[in-house]
Design a protein around this ligand. Sequence first.
Ligand code: DGY
Length: 316
Amino acid sequence: MKYTVVLTAAFPKVARELLAGEFDVIEHPTEHGRSEEDMITILAEADAAITLLQDPVTRRVLESNPNLRIVSNFAVGYNNIDVDAARELGIAVANTPGVLTEATADLTMALLLAVTRRVVEGDAETRTLQRCDWEPLKLLGASLQDKRLGIIGMGRIGSAVATRARAFGMEVVSVRRGDAASAGKHAGAISMDDLLATSDILSIHAPLTRETHHLIDAAAFAKMKRGAYLINTSRGALVDENALCNALDSGQLRGAALDVYEHEPQINPRLLAMKNVVIVPHIGSATEEARNAMARIAATNVLLVLRGQEPLYKVI
Ligand code: DGY
């Protein structure tokens, strides 16, 4: 009997190519805002699934199909999956770390430069005016040289951002974890309060968990240096989006550049209306190289588990 692998979206074709020789592959079109019911229906025949980061793989979804052996998320983050339920049910969960580090760090720098140098505003204005007027006081931004970049989450991506930022002449600090074991592990590791109070730009690279939900809330914005910038390429819900809008409105923040949103696919309309906010649609890993490598890993994770082996990157 051949196993059935369900692809919940149109992934790079290498995923299907790796799996089709050995398994039946059912490929669904990419969809947004799927419900639990949608997922239950889509995964009904699956022995394995490659899922999107926005697919809700809840306990109900996992319990609905006793044949399911692995959920292979096409992402490094896996906050869309109830891993506790998967563990209890003996379903493997895997992800695609490593191969999107450089792409995400590059996008972080692109956002950082875009918001501090007002690139998107300048582009929009030039297209509207259809001319280029040089003016001494036009579109003045902030330079990066000697500015302090506070990184929350000094893992693979945070470290890659730090390397790039240092090349731009920035001083990099990161959050010292509460536990003594990790204190001083990274040069420039300081307390969260000090990081908030002294960073000119804050960049978030931590996973979304119960503990990090709304890590940056109204109280955190109030502690930040007035006129600082926020960059988020991790998960939207680490930031309280309403509090972010208030901080931008009041001038506490000078600008923000966002790849991720608290309630994706929705984006807070207040953010959409602000000129000092750069907004892109969750494209941190969107290079051909990274997405092909992610597809290869996601498919290999499935292949190995259905062959009775360990996946390449096991979450649980
Ligand atoms: C991830 O992998 O978690 C990113 O958010 C999308 O590539």
